[in-house]
Design a protein around this ligand. Structure first.
Ligand SMILES: *[C@@H]1O[C@H](CO)[C@@H](O)[C@H](O)[C@H]1NC(C)=O
Ligand SMILES: *[C@@H]1O[C@H](CO)[C@@H](O)[C@H](O)[C@H]1NC(C)=O
Ligand SMILES: *[C@@H]1O[C@H](CO)[C@@H](O)[C@H](O)[C@H]1NC(C)=O
Ligand SMILES: *[C@@H]1O[C@H](CO)[C@@H](O)[C@H](O)[C@H]1NC(C)=O
Ligand SMILES: *[C@@H]1O[C@H](CO)[C@@H](O)[C@H](O)[C@H]1NC(C)=O
Ligand SMILES: *[C@@H]1O[C@H](CO)[C@@H](O)[C@H](O)[C@H]1NC(C)=O
Ligand SMILES: *[C@@H]1O[C@H](CO)[C@@H](O)[C@H](O)[C@H]1NC(C)=O
Length: 666
């Protein structure tokens, strides 16, 4: 026998009977009052572009994915959907379009977050919706990378988004944040509260500051006006703990962004521990996963850090990962508005338990015994913990003393002899005098509940996984595009949208246009160029062809590219093979997006306000380029990168159009 277990057993047997080794009794009771009100478990779409590929799934797969996420009593049954208020800038895995690219511009149909919120609400009319900006269009900051110099402009911009949600989509945004993981400004927060109220949005609550517990907690304590403006302290990756000042504010405490872990079984284990221990250790009453669904190219930063994976719209393949079922353990048996009992805590041999009630006699208990190495879990890592198998006896008292039977749902990770199992409905427990004992092994999650409506939803297996097609074309000829973006293009700096030019004589009425004309108030280091990537990151040998149209005289420039090796917050240092033409009549071939490593250059005769056809072929170590069907340059030597995405883009934040995009890869 393991030394630690036998030591614990001796200790335990001293207090209890001889048969009961390594056991402990936990009382679940509401006699002394209850704990905090539960606000729900959620997922975050955005920060940024994390749902980009989801929208392009064909039916029925797209609806199936949405059901696994949002449909009550089916899968994750999420209580909360938080989305990015698109700000036109790179926010981790891409850019999301703003509702106001320019000061005099308003459009509440861009991007896919509106659609996602409506799909979520269709499935769960009670879902809580949250909006948060990561970035802002450049005009909001008057050209400075700072949104608080003109707080009235920033507040009006954010309030417009909330009003637009209601007016155009009948969506009630219940909570709004300040500026994701960046500085807050007390004056701005108060002005945001004032602007919300002035627009009849008194019921919209403010979360601050989507960063650490401090300094916001201290500011709330010493500024009563600020305190009355803010309803929730939202902390990111709190590692399950909070701080004294945050508790002193008496505000709701939320983990408004958490998880961010590769979504295999280990990730599922991290999530199970977070969901329980955020309340046990930190009294947090809501936890939101970054991200909702991994629907972005896996080679972008934080690939597969979502509750499930849906990154292949071209094949229809998706994967319902462990975190979906771990979420279900809590979400299917509780609702926002339920209340935690005060009797929650750690198990004697490691792990934790929480209990919640609807106040009408229903009880849900969630137990986890996760051993997974904390170093793979979250930032910052949790303190060390040890878990061993144990017998745990729960004694129900108070309103729960007369409960006779509990439904049992179990997940088992790390099972040595058989496959892990998730969210199994096993034989109900019969209670004797309100008491029951569980033999808990390592790496298990149990839900014990009076709620009988739980279900493990399922659909037939989706189509098998497949690589991005090697021959791909888009002429952007869509009369009423359901989304502003063309399928599979993932903007990494700038925003690319469908465009219709009705005065065009024919061939280029329908195009794809880069629409930003100014650098946004950024969240990370966007490139100075704009770029949208597409395809298979493993592509090596391929031909990319595209018609291009510059709209900036003399200074304008556009490119097509292959083997682009970086996106997300590293987009500035992207390398690849970039074939540029400029409105001053020249061309260039560079090994990087920044345009510093020149492989070839010369005259092209290209100009603004005329269409040109570019074609780039890369094979092995050599690249060549055609302009309007004629060879312009050849034998440019490309040693690295060896592979990467195809891409289109512009020299600066300038208008430009693209048409008849095509890739033929080997
Ligand atoms: C929404 O909430 C109301 C009130 O709490 C409840 O009666 C109703 O069943 C809920 N609807 C769904 C679909 O969960
Ligand atoms: C509150 O405390 C912070 C941090 O010490 C300080 O910067 C701020 O000025 C204080 N505000 C008020 C209203 O006292
Ligand atoms: C529990 O909740 C269900 C609805 O899910 C309700 O019908 C029942 O009355 C509640 N109370 C108890 C003690 O089960
Ligand atoms: C966990 O176990 C390791 C090795 O068995 C030990 O060094 C460590 O102190 C234990 N941690 C706790 C919190 O008990
Ligand atoms: C749990 O109790 C059972 C008997 O009910 C016993 O066989 C087992 O060894 C106990 N497990 C632990 C870890 O104490
Ligand atoms: C639209 O098409 C007309 C006719 O070809 C052209 O002159 C004009 O520049 C185009 N405008 C834009 C914005 O593409
Ligand atoms: C790309 O082409 C080079 C040169 O022909 C060849 O060595 C390499 O294997 C090709 N790569 C792929 C993935 O086909």
């Amino acid at each position: 026998m393991d030394r630690r277990v036998s030591a614990a057993a001796v200790l335990c047997c001293f207090y209890l009977s001889l048969e009961c080794c390594s056991c402990h009794t936990y009382v679940l009771n509401d006699k002394e009052g209850l704990g905090r009100v539960f606000d729900g478990i959620g997922g975050l779409s955005g920060g940024g572009a994390t749902s980009r590929l989801l929208v392009s799934y064909a039916e029925p797969y797209r609806s199936q994915i949405l059901d696994y996420l949002f449909k009550p009593n089916f899968g994750a049954s999420l209580h909360i959907l938080k989305v990015e208020i698109g700000g036109d800038a790179q926010t981790t895995d891409g850019t999301e379009p703003s509702h106001m690219h320019y000061e005099n511009d308003e459009n509440y149909f861009r991007g896919y977050e509106w659609w996602l919120m409506k799909e979520a609400k269709k499935r769960n009319p009670n879902i809580t919706l949250i909006g948060l900006p990561w970035a802002f269009p450049g005009w909001v900051g008057h050209g400075k990378n700072w949104p608080y110099d003109y707080p009235d402009i920033t507040a009006a911009y954010v309030v417009n988004w909330i009003l637009g949600a209601k007016q155009y989509h009948d969506l009630d945004i219940q909570y709004v944040g300040i500026w994701n993981e960046r500085n807050f400004d007390s004056k701005y927060i108060k002005l945001l509260r004032y602007t919300l109220d002035k627009n009849g949005l008194e019921w919209v609550r403010i979360i601050a500051s989507d960063n650490l517990w401090e300094p916001i907690a201290l500011f709330l304590l010493n500024d009563s006006d600020l305190s009355s403006a803010v309803d929730v302290i939202g902390a990111h990756y709190p590692g399950t703990t909070t701080v004294k000042d945050a508790l002193k504010t008496q505000k709701k405490l939320w983990s408004s962004e958490d998880y961010s872990t590769f979504n295999d079984e280990v990730g599922g284990g991290c999530w199970a521990r977070i969901l329980n221990q955020n309340y046990v250790n930190g009294l947090m009453t809501a936890t939101i996963s970054w991200n909702l669904v991994a629907s972005y190219y896996e080679d972008l930063p934080f690939g597969r850090d979502g509750l499930m994976t849906a990154q292949e719209p071209w094949s229809g393949n998706y994967v319902v990962e462990a975190p979906i079922w771990i979420t279900a353990h809590t979400t299917q048996f509780t609702q926002p508005g339920w209340t935690y009992l005060q009797t929650v805590g750690h198990l004697a041999q490691g792990g934790s338990y929480v209990a919640l009630t609807d106040g009408k006699g229903n009880l849900t208990v969630v137990i986890e015994t996760m051993t997974h190495d904390q170093s793979v879990c979250i930032r910052p890592p949790l303190p060390p913990f040890n878990v061993t198998s144990q017998n745990a006896t729960f004694q129900l008292q108070g309103s729960f003393a007369s409960i006779k039977e509990l439904q049992v749902w179990r997940s088992q990770f790390n099972v040595k002899t058989k496959k892990p199992s998730f969210f199994e409905n096993i034989t109900p427990l019969k209670l004797l005098d309100g008491s029951f004992t569980l033999n808990l092994a390592e790496d298990e999650v149990y839900t014990l509940t009076t709620i009988t409506t739980g279900q493990k939803g399922c659909y037939p297996d989706p189509p098998p996984s497949a690589r991005f097609p090697n021959v791909y074309k888009d002429d952007f000829r869509v009369e009423n595009p359901p989304f502003s973006e063309a399928p599979h293009f993932a903007d990494q700096t700038g925003v690319f949208e469908y465009y219709i030019n009705l005065t065009d004589p024919g061939p280029h009425i329908f195009t794809f246009r880069q629409v930003l004309t100014q650098r946004p108030v950024t969240w990370v280091s966007d490139a100075d160029q704009t770029i949208s990537v597409i395809g298979d990151y493993q592509w090596q040998n391929l031909t990319v062809t595209c018609d291009v149209f510059m709209e900036t005289i003399k200074a304008g420039g556009v490119f097509i590219a292959a083997r682009v090796d970086k996106g997300g917050q590293s987009v500035r240092s992207a390398k690849g093979v970039f074939f540029w033409v400029f409105a001053d009549g020249t061309y260039k071939v560079t090994n990087d997006l920044a345009g510093k490593t020149v492989l070839a250059e010369g005259q092209s005769g290209t100009r603004a306000y005329g269409w040109h056809t570019l074609s780039l072929t890369v094979k092995g170590q050599y690249a060549s380029g055609l302009l309007n069907g004629y060879l312009l340059w050849k034998n440019a030597v490309v040693l690295t990168p060896k592979n990467g995405w195809a891409a289109i883009g512009t020299r600066s934040f300038e208008l430009a159009q693209f048409d008849n995009f095509a890739v033929v890869a080997e």
